[in-house]
Design a protein around this ligand. Structure first.
Ligand code: PBG
Length: 325
């Protein structure tokens, strides 16, 4: 044996495309994705979101058309966000049977029934103050908000949503939503809980897309402090106890360690939300030709799966699906 060259050579398993494919530990599939959509009132509306190239605010008719394209690409699930006609103190359109999300769900389920429809449950897009619930004395009132979240969830389920995804970070909401759904007869409607959702600056472009920037203060009294990981495990544990079917870590990329810890600790499907700011960073650098956008996209998506996520909610889903065909 040559000094310094042992008989074990790691490069043997890297020598060709074929061997690399055989030994690859992580695969990203189009069936892993949930694609987020922003639905607005009107018809024939399709407005590109400036900070998120390739994503749009769309009226219900355009959304249905887009859902057909998504289905044809092999993507199985969408996540709906609503832009109401008008905002008020309590976000009343959020719980209206004629609300924008309720209407979109009905239309999608009618035209593309095989597509899984997940709805974001929260009030920040619907309130004039931009906070995720009912504001009392300058802060979001937990228990008053939880009651309304359960109502919003029931109205989404009644409209035909397959899965409810509460993103508000109130305490006790998963239990309240589960009870509300069950009482209303929606026992088979699932809950994808935004369990470990951090107060993150990576949500910037989304707040343009959903017009949901808080008009005073920030979300730190309800979303998690990014310095904490043990607390994230407690959040996940509580949501599982309260009846979550799938838990989420959000954002994804600065929180891969959290995804891994949740994976090692709990036997429940994990979704990771590859958020707007993470998407915008890849696009901005790619437009300047500072990175190869498609390659960075695939590296990022694989990293999220390698960390332990089963499901990836991502604005990259369509592009990735095109390349994965
Ligand atoms: C609403 C909500 C937000 C996102 C998903 N649901 C924004 C926020 O909490 O401010 C962010 C998604 C993204 O950035 O892509 N509560």
């Amino acid at each position: 044996m040559n000094a310094g060259f042992p008989s074990i050579r790691m490069r043997r398993n890297r020598g060709s495309e074929a061997i690399r494919e055989l030994v690859a530990e992580t695969r990203v599939n189009v069936t892993d994705f949930i694609y987020p959509l922003f639905v607005c009132h009107g018809s024939g509306v399709k407005r590109e979101i400036a900070s998120m190239p390739g994503t749009y605010q769309m009226s219900v008719d355009e959304t249905v058309e887009e859902c057909r394209n998504i289905r044809d690409l092999g993507i199985r699930a969408v996540l709906l966000f609503g832009l109401p006609e008008s905002k008020d103190e309590t976000g009343s359109e959020a719980i209206s049977p004629d609300g924008i999300v309720q209407r979109a769900v009905g239309a999608i389920k009618k035209s593309v029934p095989e597509l899984l429809v997940v709805t974001d449950v929260c009030f920040c897009e619907y309130t004039n103050h931009g906070h995720c619930g009912i504001v009392r004395d300058g802060d979001v009132d937990n228990d008053a908000t939880v009651l309304l979240l359960a109502e919003q969830s029931v109205s989404h389920a009644a409209a035909g949503a397959d899965i409810i995804a509460p993103s508000d970070m109130m305490d006790g909401r998963i239990g309240a939503i589960r009870a509300g759904l069950d009482q209303a007869g929606h026992r088979d409607t699932g809950i994808l809980a935004y369990s470990a959702k951090f107060a993150s600056s990576f949500y910037g472009p989304f707040r343009d897309a959903a017009d949901s920037t808080p008009q005073f203060g920030d979300r730190k009294s309800y979303q998690m402090d990014f310095r904490n990981s043990r607390e994230a495990l407690r959040e996940v544990e509580l949501d599982i106890q309260e009846g979550a079917d799938i838990v989420m870590v959000k954002p994804a990329l600065a929180y891969l360690d959290i995804i891994r810890q949740v994976r090692d600790r709990f036997d429940i499907p994990i979704a990771a939300y590859n958020v707007s700011g993470e998407y915008a960073c890849v696009h901005a650098a790619s437009e300047r030709k500072w990175v190869d956008g498609d390659r960075v996209m695939f590296e990022v998506l694989h990293a999220i799966k390698r960390a332990g996520a089963d499901i990836i909610i991502t604005y990259h889903a369509k592009r990735a699906a095109e390349l994965l065909r």
